[in-house]
Ligand binder design. Structure first.
Ligand code: ADP
Ligand code: MG
Length: 244
């Protein structure tokens, strides 16, 4: 506990109402949540419980209806759409279930494109992209197009893309859902490594209990509320509230 770093992301009393009128849904009902650098946190919960909505807010894609968010010490309060986009570009890397790679670009070019969007200097992009692909152990696949990559490799390119540009936090929404068990475990292990080696805060949504072993923390959400938290260190609590 004593060597714990201050949170890289702090969310306080976050609520989010989606839709309007009769279709109104309170997707988040007061969520308090910290992401610690150097740790992989897993977010688990049933379908419709608010996981994607929470990730979208933490990643500055959606604004909360109420509550506050700080990333790397910066508050999102009062930011307009452009301010939110800047914060997102500088500090957040996303990984999605469906990889979302550009099919006409090579693995290296996909990562370079992300660097470009983040505003990295053009001249630095090839080296930074190569570094990110090396970090996910895909240097040998730099010039492969997505159609030549396996699902696991595609997701590793997507993780490299999220890593490139050194964001403070990486948010992964069901990154293993489209993968077989073995590749899914490898991706989760990689996310845990990325958190530790680069001292980033990594949050991943998963349904797969086998991936629990890679987690430092587990958070369980139901019906827009956090209903369980556990740390890896106290396995009893993890089993009691996090892992069912
Ligand atoms: P999860 O990712 O845990 O499956 P979501 O965050 O996607 O859950 O959804 C949370 C709740 O918000 C669900 O009840 C869902 O139906 C609702 N919801 C999601 N997106 C919208 C939207 N654009 N408009 C209205 N309701 C939505
Ligand atoms: Mg979802």
């Amino acid at each position: 506990m004593t060597d714990e770093l201050p949170p890289i992301l702090e969310a306080k009393d976050i609520t989010k109402t989606l839709g309007s009128g009769a279709a109104e849904v309170k997707a988040l009902k007061g969520v308090n949540f910290d992401l610690v650098p150097g740790e992989l946190t897993l977010l688990m919960g049933p379908s419709g419980s608010g996981k994607t909505t929470l990730l979208s807010i933490l990643g500055c894609i959606l604004s909360p209806t109420s509550g506050s968010l700080r990333i790397a010490g910066l508050s999102t309060a009062g930011l307009d759409a452009e301010g939110m986009a800047n914060l997102r570009r500088q500090h957040v890397g996303f990984v999605f279930q469906a990889y979302n790679l550009v099919p006409t670009l090579t693995a290296l070019e996909n990562v370079m494109l992300a660097l470009d969007l983040r505003g990295a200097a053009r001249g630095d992009a090839p080296d930074l992209a190569a570094e990110a692909l090396a970090a996910v152990k895909l240097s040998h696949r730099e010039s492969a197009s997505p159609s030549k990559l396996s699902g696991g490799e595609k997701q590793r390119v997507a993780i490299a893309r999220a890593l490139a540009g050194s964001p403070s936090v990486i948010l992964a929404d069901e990154p293993t859902a489209a993968l077989d068990a073995e590749n899914g475990m490898a991706v989760m292990e990689l996310l845990a490594e990325v958190a530790k080696d680069t001292k980033r805060g990594v949050l991943a949504v998963t349904h797969d209990h086998r991936t629990l072993e890679y987690a430092d923390r587990i958070i369980r959400i139901e019906d827009g509320r956090i209903v369980g938290r556990a740390r890896r260190k106290d396995d009893a609590a993890l089993t009691a509230e996090g892992a069912h």
